[in-house]
Design a protein around this ligand. Structure first.
Ligand SMILES: [Zn+2]
Length: 80
């Protein structure tokens, strides 16, 4: 079965992906689960509330579902 891997998502080595991976997701394990989010430049993002700013390149991101951080459909998007 094929799964869609979102843009800039990072998948850990040896991980078994059993579902679609959203863009910018940090996914690893067996089965692979959402462990966090990564910037377009590859740096792991630290969310404060529903916002994150990359330590490296200062790109900003916003969570789409801030009240349900664990739901599978959780996604983030670049923010101004
Ligand atoms: Zn960055």
């Amino acid at each position: 079965m094929r799964h869609t891997i979102g843009e800039h998502a990072l998948i850990g080595a040896g991980s078994v992906v059993t579902r679609d991976v959203p863009a910018y997701a940090l996914f690893f394990g067996n089965p692979a689960r959402l462990r966090g989010w990564a910037c377009e430049c590859g740096v792991v993002l630290r969310f404060v509330g529903d916002r994150a700013v990359c330590d490296e390149c200062h790109r900003q991101y916003a969570r789409r579902h801030p009240h349900h951080p664990e739901v599978l459909q959780d996604q983030i998007r670049p923010a101004a």
